[in-house]
Design a protein around this ligand. Structure first.
Ligand SMILES: Nc1ncnc2c1ncn2[C@@H]1O[C@H](COP(=O)(O)OP(=O)(O)O)[C@@H](O)[C@H]1O
Ligand SMILES: [Mg+2]
Length: 394
């Protein structure tokens, strides 16, 4: 049993509790020698006798460490407490989970959704290319970490039931039945053992659906009914449930959620490309830093934002992003349309201040010309006339 103030292996001091998952507790701590703040995930005592679960813990550490991606939580160490409980040490993430974000905001806008999906799919692609399938993607396992003026970073956690394609999957078959089944792909729900990256793409589809709608696509009274829905029920369209996204973005989400895995995009990269081709591009800070500015517009305001298809608006002469367009069509939300109309009014007509400047300049020139006429034409004529009159007088 871990307690605040305890030092693990003489190296890591436990400072506060961070979270409790299905099988482990997560604590904030400090690496005593360097002072670095860290997170410590400790397997619950009740699982210490379960060799499968203990083995899975080691796999989590190895899986996460093998990927090296800025959007995947960094695992720094793996050890055991004096009581024999395995624990892993991670970089400390200070932010909120995607679950907390959805609870706080309800529905996310298309731009927010893309800002999260873009780095997430990039990280997932890196994991898949390293031979790791996460198998438990859900908003609880995604952290959003403020990154100052650059927006926020997205981090994938919890490779606890991940599988390496070259390893036997008996451990992970048990694991896939733990926790919430809402994000479980139809092939996992059917109990197939040859699970591959496409199961993660299905979970990404469900996760994006939930971001857009504020609720998961399938829910039921009990586990069996939920599995039946996952296997057989077509999802209700996100837009019909109030999602503020375009038809094209909706189609991408539903594509990822295809029940037949052969019908889904074949890689996370392909899914990312599909989404970026139809969605608002990430805001400029995203590209270089890997972090994304997220709008803080209140939910009520964002709900009322219209979404428009690119075909319905005139894009020239304005470019929405400084980077080259990724696809011929763009889908823009209300804020983007407002930005465009402001920018196009700037290029197509002079601002009022410039027009008034011109009027004032013309008036000054006219007055100067009038004075010149009076001074050099009218005045000499009057003077000459006056002289003539005085000299001709008797
Ligand atoms: N590196 C971390 N930094 C900060 N909080 C974390 C970190 N890792 C996990 N957490 C918190 O602990 C919770 C459970 O962690 P997770 O790895 O998902 O454990 P479990 O396998 O038990 O679900 C997370 O939802 C998050 O709130
Ligand atoms: Mg978790």
């Amino acid at each position: 049993m871990i307690q605040v103030g305890q030092t693990l292996c003489g190296k890591y001091r436990v400072e506060a509790t961070l979270g409790q998952g299905g099988m482990a507790s997560v604590w904030q701590g400090v690496h005593v020698a360097t002072g670095r703040r860290i997170a410590i995930k400790v397997l619950d005592d009740r699982f210490l006798g379960n060799a499968h679960v203990v083995a899975r813990f080691g796999r989590e550490a190895r899986a996460a460490s093998s990927i090296h991606h800025e959007s995947i939580v960094e695992v720094l160490d793996l050890d055991r407490t004096e009581d024999g409980a395995p624990f892993l040490v991670m970089e400390l993430l200070q932010g909120e989970t995607l679950t907390q974000r959805i609870e706080k905001r309800g529905r996310l806008s298309a731009a927010e959704l893309v800002a999260i999906a873009d780095p997430l799919l990039d990280a997932l692609h890196a994991a898949h290319e390293a031979g790791v399938v996460h198998r438990d993607l859900k908003p609880d396992n995604i952290m959003l970490v403020p990154a100052g003026r650059r927006g926020e970073k997205v981090k994938v956690l919890d490779f606890g039931i991940s599988s390496k394609s070259d390893e036997v999957s008996s451990l992970t078959t048990t694991g896939s039945l733990l926790g919430t089944p809402h994000y479980m792909s139809p092939e996992q729900a059917r109990g197939r053992t040859d699970i591959d990256r496409r199961a993660d793409l299905y979970a990404m589809g469900v996760l994006l659906y939930e971001c857009a709608v504020g609720a998961v696509p399938f829910d039921a009274e009990n586990y069996n009914a939920l599995i039946q829905e996952i296997l057989n029920a077509p999802p209700v369209s996100p837009r019909a449930r109030g999602a503020a996204i375009s038809e094209a973005v909706e189609a991408v989400i539903l594509h990822a959620m295809s029940k037949d895995r052969d019908a889904r995009p074949s890689t996370a990269e392909a899914l990312r490309d599909e989404l970026l081709a139809v969605a608002p591009p990430p805001l400029p800070a995203a590209s270089s830093s890997g972090s994304y500015p997220i709008t803080d517009a209140p939910l009520a305001e964002r709900k009322s934002m219209p979404t428009l298809d690119a075909a319905a608006i005139e894009l020239e002469p304005v470019r929405v992003s400084s980077s080259p367009p990724r696809a011929p069509s763009l889908q823009l939300d209300g804020a983007a349309v407002r930005r465009i109309s402001q920018r196009s009014s700037r290029v197509s007509a002079s601002p009022p201040s410039t027009r008034w400047g011109r009027v004032a300049l013309a008036s000054v020139l006219a007055i100067v010309a009038l004075i010149a006429v009076v001074r050099f034409v009218v005045h000499p004529m009057i003077t000459a006339e006056h002289r003539r009159a005085t000299t001709s007088a008797p």
